[in-house]
Every structure is written in C-alpha cells, then in structure tokens.
Ligand binder design. Structure first.
Ligand code: ATP
Ligand code: MG
Length: 394
C-alpha cells in the first residue's frame, strides 16, 4: 500500500472499531493500482456525517449536505463521505436529493466509470463490483451500468470520460462512446465553469489526442460554449496537437491561437468561459505572441510586453501549431532585456517633476519613451543619463 494509505489506516480503523464500514474509494484506488502518485485520499463510510463527527476530535464540514466531512489526522485532511445513492435527476446535472445509505454497493453503483468505482479495504483488499480492475488493465473507460442513463443523470460525466482518456491514455469503450455521441447536446445543461475544468484537464493530460479525438468524434466539442463557431480551429488542434499542454495558460492560449482570435476576441472568449481576469490578461498576451511567432520572430518590445511565462506558453503553442521551437533563444533574449518591468526603470515621474518638467500627459509620454529606449538598449538604465535625455525631449 502507498504511504498515503498507510497513514490513513488509523482513520478507517477508528470507523470500523465503532461498527461502521469504511473504504478508500474513487480516484485514489484507481491511481494506486496504476502505480501513480496520489494527490488526495478519499474515504467512503457507512457512518452518517454526525456519526463521523462524534468519532473524531477534528473535523471540518466541507460538504455536509452531500455527506462529506473532512477528518483531520496528523496534519492531513481526509474527505470522508457517507455511502449514498443518487435517486432522481430532473435537470441533467445534480441529483434532486442525496440519500444516505448503509450499503457500499449502492454507493459504487452511482459512480461514473468502472475504474472509478473500486473500493479498497484497510488491509488492501479490493472490492470490484463492476470489473473495474479488468478495465484498468485493458485501459478502458466504461460507464458503470447503462451509459445512456448515466449521462442523462449527469451530463458532465461525458466531459469526464474524455478527460480521463487524455489523463490516463485510455480508450473509451464503444458503447460508452456511442452514448456520449447520442447525448452530447445535454452538455449545454452544464455550467460553463464545470465544463472548463474538464476541458483544461483534457488539454493538460498526458495523451491529449486520446481525449481530444473522442471529444471531436462525439460532437461534445460542438456543444462547448463558443466552439461551434470555429470548425477550422478545432481541426487545427486535431491535426497538430501532440503534447500535453504544460499548464492552464498554454491550454487556453492553444485554443485562442488555433481559433485565430484577435486580442479583443480572446478577451471575450475568456469571459464566456468565466476564467479569472488575471488569466484572461495572460492569455491575451500569450495569444498575441503565439500568433506573431507563427509568422515571424518577436520584436524586442513584444518580448518585454509579453512577459516570461506568457512567452513560454506562446512558444509551446506556436510550436505545436507548426512553428519552430524557439524556447532557448526566447528565454535568452528575454533574460537579456535591460529591464523587465516599468518599475525597474531607474527614474520615476517624481524625479522628472523635480527637474522642472510639468506633471501631465506629456510627462507620461516622456517616461514611456525612456522606457522603450532602455528596453531597446538605446540608452543605459542610469538616472543621470535618463534625466539628461528627458530634459532634451521636454
Ligand atoms: P482526480 O484524480 O482528477 O481527482 P477522481 O477520480 O478522484 O480523479 P474526482 O472528481 O475527485 O475524480 O471524484 C472522485 C470520485 O467521485 C470519482 O473517482 C468517482 O468515483 C466519483 N465521481 C466524481 N464525479 C462524479 C460524477 N459526476 N458522477 C459520478 N461519480 C462521480
Ligand atoms: Mg479526486
């Protein structure tokens, strides 16, 4: 057992000693069997939330309505969820109510894919009611039960299928994939924020084409917000993308660049996807740089304006879309810039005012000119030289 499970054993033991059942469940069991590093350990138990809270001195109500209590043990938090069965769905996304049950089988039945429906006892015994082990071994993503029904219950599961395909380099089982194709339009019922998380996991997954290709073939792509307007951009990604996007920034930059969006369009695109303003600004800069890199090399002022992290994302994207990989030269050129931000300029507006230049737009213009000359290496970033140059232009 991985060290994370060894450390969590006392938590399971406490629950079991009190007469409840408790298991490791979901992604952590899957990843343990695959020999992948764990990022968190989830526990499922027959104990009701109040019963869990009575047994442990430190708990946090992280999702009490869904039966989830975080147990704090030796500095680690364990999300512990009461077995539940999800009954009726009327809106294709959330169950109308959550029903707690005492039976593990009921809980495993409501999980999305067979590889995610495994449970493990404290002693390492695996409970495999849906042949998840065989599917893990054969690298298959298969819905638990009737795929059609499962995607009707929760349409987000269709996006989860393609993102697991990319992350694990697995294939989607044909009936499951057909059900996605038949129900792809239900994706429009799902909040953009939740689709976005899965889309980015798909693009940053280790085998992006293994997720992207069913994403396209099932028409899920068409039902993603904004995507239907960019068929050529979508095929560009189908034809070109070979590597995992290194991060979220690169993933969004890939989309905006493949879709050939202008800066204004990129900003609007990102707003539709409800990403943060900080990320939006970075994607606008990186996309502009990537689009330039696809045509020519970057001028020094653009290097400066784009910033280091955005440049690396731009280079990744441009390279994936057919430009030569210019990473070493871009990094070197960037690192050699005399200044990286306006703050590093050796004089400020105040210094200029002290030499008698009037405050106002002209002063801003003088500063901007000096900044540009410093960036281009036309003048040293030295207060005396900068002040002298400012006096001349005033
Ligand atoms: P990751 O490594 O990305 O965290 P995960 O499998 O742990 O993968 P989570 O979203 O953390 O995914 O969910 C934990 C578990 O809860 C899943 O393994 C699955 O059993 C169940 N689950 C999560 N989302 C759904 C869903 N929409 N429908 C059914 N079961 C789900
Ligand atoms: Mg998880």
């Amino acid at each position: 057992l991985p060290i994370e499970f060894e450390q969590a054993r006392p938590v399971l033991q406490t629950l079991e000693s009190a007469g409840f059942e408790a298991y490791f469940v979901g992604g952590c069991v899957r990843d343990t069997i695959l020999g992948k590093p764990l990022h968190d350990v989830d526990i499922a138990t027959s104990a009701y939330p109040e019963e869990v809270k009575r047994l442990f001195s430190r708990t946090v109500d992280t999702g009490i309505d869904h039966g989830t209590v975080m147990i704090l043990d030796h500095g680690t938090g364990y999300e512990t969820t009461t077995f539940r069965s999800e009954s009726t769905y009327t809106d294709f996304r959330r169950p109308d109510e959550v029903t707690f049950v005492r039976d593990l089988a009921e809980d495993l039945k409501r999980r999305d894919f067979t590889i995610n429906a495994l449970a493990m006892k404290e002693d390492g015994t695996v409970i495999d009611l849906f042949n998840g082990l065989a599917d893990l071994e054969h690298h298959v993503i298969r819905a638990v039960g009737n795929p059609e029904e499962r995607f009707h219950e929760d349409a987000l599961r269709m996006m989860r299928a393609v993102r697991f395909a990319s992350q694990l380099a697995f294939n989607i089982e044909p009936e499951t994939q057909q059900a996605i194709k038949d129900n792809a339009a239900l994706l429009t019922k799902i909040a953009v924020e939740r689709i976005q998380v899965e889309l980015i996991k798909l693009l940053t997954g280790k085998a992006p084409q293994m997720g992207w290709s069913p994403f396209m073939q099932t028409n899920l792509a068409t039902y993603c917000p904004t995507f239907a307007a960019y068929p050529a951009g979508l095929s560009r990604i189908s034809n070109r993308l070979t590597q995992a996007c290194p991060d979220e920034l690169s993933a969004w930059t890939l989309l905006a660049t493949a879709f050939q969006l202008t800066s204004t369009e990129t900003a609007g695109f990102m707003r539709t996807w409800k990403t943060s303003n900080v990320l939006n600004q970075a994607v606008v800069l990186a996309t502009k740089a990537a689009e330039t890199l696809l045509q020519e090399s970057l001028a020094t002022t653009m290097l400066y304006r784009t910033g280091r992290a955005n440049l690396l994302a731009a280079n990744f994207v441009a390279h994936e879309l057919g430009a030569p990989d210019r990473q070493p030269e871009l990094e070197q050129a960037y690192d050699e810039l005399p200044i990286k931000t306006k703050k590093e300029l050796a004089i400020t507006g105040r210094d200029l005012i002290q030499t008698g230049i009037q405050p106002g737009p002209q002063l801003g213009q003088i500063l901007a000119n000096l900044e540009q000359q410093v960036v281009l290496g036309q003048i040293a970033n030295d207060p005396t030289q900068l002040l002298a140059a400012a006096k001349q232009t005033d």
